[in-house]
Design a protein around this ligand. Structure first.
Ligand code: BGC
Length: 248
């Protein structure tokens, strides 16, 4: 049986897996390749093609979805906070569809993760406004209202206390500055309390690689909004983009 392929392009790794949309799980173990040091569109497209070729027997001609850590409108990349600036203005949908020889859906990484959590994870039964927040190299966000994605929200770039939020509170900053869980949680507290005052969400779901250690920092946070770890952990983007490529 063939399954859609999801590929998640991040600052350090490019990861892909065929996704069984009946269960929301990987149909096969994922493949991870390092992101090339110069993450230009061509270099990244070569790796995407390598991952697609690896899973060719599992995917047949099923849809392919790819995430990027950037604003993407109609397949065109509009920002590049954590990838090579050469992506700006690139029609990623066109580039990757040509490279792979079939249509490719391209969306923002956090938006894909939000859609994954909406259908198969922590936001499954949620109504009202859900904020998916991914903590990694940067801070990604997805807004989902009654199950409908409002794309490209970019709340990691909110300016708080004179700093861009992701420069203070991304999990990469915790590593770079050697912050303890509690010190980092203080920064997250400032960020999430600002965001909840602006948007009044009904639920915040925290994703990204560090979400597997959510018990180390979520207990420090005191918010009026319920805040939970992503159930799909760092796989949410792959699963969500496979769903979007098939249903979007
Ligand atoms: C980018 C977003 C992305 C987030 C997480 C931010 O710097 O602007 O588009 O979703 O990082 O990768």
């Amino acid at each position: 049986m063939h399954h859609p392929l999801g590929i998640d392009i991040g600052g350090s790794g490019i990861k892909g897996a065929p996704v069984d949309l009946a269960t929301g799980q990987f149909a096969k173990d994922r493949l991870r390749c390092d992101t090339p040091r110069r993450s230009s569109p061509e270099a990244v497209a070569d790796i995407v093609a390598r991952i697609a070729a690896h899973f060719a027997d599992d995917t047949g001609d099923s849809p392919i979805g790819v995430t990027l850590p950037a604003v993407v409108t109609n397949g065109v990349v509009r920002t590049a906070a954590n990838i090579d600036p050469a992506w700006i203005g690139t029609d990623a949908r066109d580039l990757l569809s040509h490279k792979l020889g079939r249509p490719v859906t391209v969306v923002n990484d956090a938006d894909a993760a939000g859609v994954g959590e909406l259908h198969f994870g922590a936001a499954r039964d949620a109504s009202g406004l859900v904020l998916m927040s991914t903590l990694g190299t940067g801070i990604g966000s997805a807004l989902l209202f009654d199950g409908v994605l409002v794309p490209n929200s970019e709340l990691g770039h909110l300016e708080i206390d004179g700093h861009e939020a992701e420069h203070r509170a991304a999990s990469s900053v915790k590593d770079d500055e050697g912050l303890s869980w509690q010190q980092w949680a203080e920064r997250l507290q400032r960020y999430y309390s600002h965001v909840e005052d602006l948007l009044w969400p009904d639920l915040i779901v925290v994703g990204g690689g560090v979400s597997k250690k959510a018990d180390k920092f979520l207990p420090f946070l005191h918010l009026r909004t319920p805040i939970v770890a992503a159930q799909l952990r760092n796989s949410a983007g792959i699963i969500g983009v496979a769903w979007l490529a098939s249903n979007g």
